[in-house]
Design a protein. Structure first.
Length: 73
């Protein structure tokens, strides 16, 4: 059974070493860069980008688009 690594720094070091041994240094760094946490506040940005429509108006719009698609066939 594997021993639990309780030190965050040891876990990070051993994890990177395992990646580097398997992928090579360059690919290990490229892999880790994929997990950039980004920046900004998604919730605030989402509220400003998406329309504030009700469920009823969205349903009506979906039905209108579906009806139009049926007519265009």
């Amino acid at each position: 059974m594997e021993q639990l690594i309780t030190s965050q720094s040891e876990l990070r070091e051993r994890g990177f070493r395992a990646l580097a041994d398997t992928l090579g240094w360059v690919n290990a760094v490229r892999f880790l860069r994929q997990f950039d946490p980004g920046s900004g506040n998604y919730t605030e940005e989402r509220a400003s980008l998406l329309p504030d429509d009700s469920l009823e108006s969205l349903t009506t719009e979906i039905e209108r688009i579906q009806d139009q698609a049926r007519k265009d066939r």
